[in-house]
Ligand binder design. Structure first.
Ligand SMILES: Cc1cc2nc3c(=O)[nH]c(=O)nc-3n(C[C@H](O)[C@H](O)[C@H](O)COP(=O)(O)OP(=O)(O)OC[C@H]3O[C@@H](n4cnc5c(N)ncnc54)[C@H](O)[C@@H]3O)c2cc1C
Length: 441
């Protein structure tokens, strides 16, 4: 077999690693989309997706990070217009000193605006604010035939809907508008409440007067009386005027891949026990800075190296309220503890019912669970297959941005609208994810 001369690329999970060419784009670059391209194309932002949604084996990745200009800001409406390669970190650096914040933020600020729209990302305020796409009034889409058009709820509305959550397949987003929200301080009014069991988590998350941000950390290694223990974290932007300074740059980088045995059932159990007991009282309140509240992992750059060279797999599902969701989550947690695979970054959250404009958007009303596993041949893949089956049995679905494993049959049952969506895919665009989940058996 001749050697593939293209370099290999990986996403945040470092699995899979696939060959591709890279074309860096900048505002002044003529998009190389007008001529028929020699290979299939895929836009890529900061590569912070976990699986293969931002990879394309043997294709050309259109790297958008060079498209990093803020174009216009209206402090009256809070609407910021920027190029699609701008990161949420760059937006915060600009917006916080002016008294504005992101409308929706994921657990890392190192993602681009294009990536945030294409995966229609969600944050801790999904129950009140919906997804990122709910706060994007307009964007421009560039197609491989050179056509460019503005999309919004009223202009090219079907392209607007297909592109939000469209996984980069409908064309390249060149710029977008985002509606920011006003704040008066960097501080977050925080409340952490310890819980044991999914029933207690559900009761906490259904209590009246929920603040804007809610999420729970859950200890996936705990068994017996401690099964499904965790900390329910709530927060709101402080209403007391305070500091509005930009964040400091993180200075800690994980310098090397940890050996694979470093993350094991015992080290994770120990970490989880320390984390759970860090908060002594059942309830803790106070003011915290937004950085550790939203982005606890961003303080250690390249933390994915903790999982060793083999990388990690993410799993995120949502189980709808109508199904026996509590039983489903319990089954998933039991399958994880039984596998012996460790996950210390497990997050549980309730999604609300704010509809997304995106045709293929992942969130749905119900409970979502997200977690990481180190890749250990066979055990991790078997476990993920099991979790996908439980998700399917409970009428749920899995998140493409965090997937390297779901089968075509699973994807097509999770997203029955996939064929309607496929009509909007640019003929020159594809992704490793899309090829996997639409492969014929
Ligand atoms: C630590 C961590 C925490 C996270 N927490 C969350 C969370 O809480 N909620 C959540 O929803 N997600 C979360 N994610 C996932 C992450 O937010 C998404 O995968 C996001 O899409 C990554 O953006 P990116 O810029 O890195 O895009 P990439 O990963 O590079 O690409 C993602 C998709 O966007 C497409 N794309 C990128 N740019 C463009 C463009 N200009 N035009 C068209 N398509 C484009 C790509 O083709 C690809 O399909 C987390 C990831 C990490 C690493």
């Amino acid at each position: 077999m001749p050697r593939n001369p293209q370099p290999k690329f990986e996403s945040w999970g470092r699995y899979p690693r696939l060959h591709a060419n890279v074309v860096p784009l900048s505002w002044t670059t003529d998009f190389p989309l007008a001529k028929p391209p020699a290979t299939k194309l895929l836009p890529v932002g900061a590569g912070r997706s976990y699986g293969d949604v931002c990879l394309l084996d043997g294709g050309t990745l259109l790297k958008t990070r060079g498209m990093d200009r803020l174009l216009h800001f209206d402090p009256q409406t809070g609407i910021l217009c920027c190029e699609a390669g701008v990161t949420l970190a760059e937006i915060l650096d600009f917006a916080v000193p002016r008294g504005f914040f992101l409308p929706v933020s994921p657990g890392t600020k190192y993602v681009t605006v294009g990536g945030a729209i294409a995966n229609d990302i969600h944050g801790k305020n999904h129950h009140v604010a919906g997804t990122f796409g709910c706060h994007v009034p307009r964007f421009e889409l560039v197609r491989s035939d050179g056509a460019r058009f503005v999309c919004s709820a009223t202009e090219n509305a079907d392209w607007f809907s297909a592109t939000i959550g469209g996984m980069g397949l409908t064309g390249l987003i060149s710029w977008a508008e985002i509606r920011l929200r006003p704040i008066v301080s960097r501080a977050i009014q925080y409340r952490g409440t310890k819980f044991i069991g999914i029933d207690e988590f559900v009761a906490l998350s259904q209590a009246s007067a929920q603040p804007v941000y809610t999420v729970a950390w859950i200890d996936c290694a705990a068994t017996g009386n401690n099964f499904a223990r965790g900390i329910y974290m709530q927060g709101d932007h402080s209403s007391m005027p305070g500091e509005l300074t930009p964040s400091k740059r993180p200075w800690l980088t994980l310098p090397l891949d940890l050996p694979e045995f470093a993350l094991n059932r015992f080290s994770v159990s120990l970490f989880n026990t320390l984390y759970y007991n860090k908060q002594r009282a059942k309830e803790k309140t106070g003011l915290v800075d937004y950085e550790p509240f939203f982005y606890p992992l961003d303080s250690l750059l390249q933390w994915n190296r903790m999982y060793g060279k083999s990388g990690l797999l993410q799993f995120q599902c949502v189980l709808p309220w109508e199904a026996d969701h509590q039983m489903g989550i319990v089954k998933i947690l039991k399958a994880i503890t039984a596998s012996g695979l460790a996950s210390f970054l497990a997050v549980l959250k309730v999604f609300g019912d704010v509809p997304s404009p995106g045709m293929m958007s992942f969130p749905a009303p119900g409970i979502t669970l997200a977690l990481d596993f180190p890749i250990r041949t066979e055990v991790s893949f078997d476990l993920l297959d099991r979790l996908a089956r439980i998700t399917q049995e409970h009428g749920g679905r899995m998140y493409p941005a965090k997937d390297a494993r779901m089968t075509a049959e699973e994807f097509q049952s999770f997203y029955p609208q996939w064929q309607a969506f496929a009509r909007y895919i640019d003929p020159a665009f594809s992704s490793a994810f899309w090829e996997r989940v639409t492969a014929r058996g």
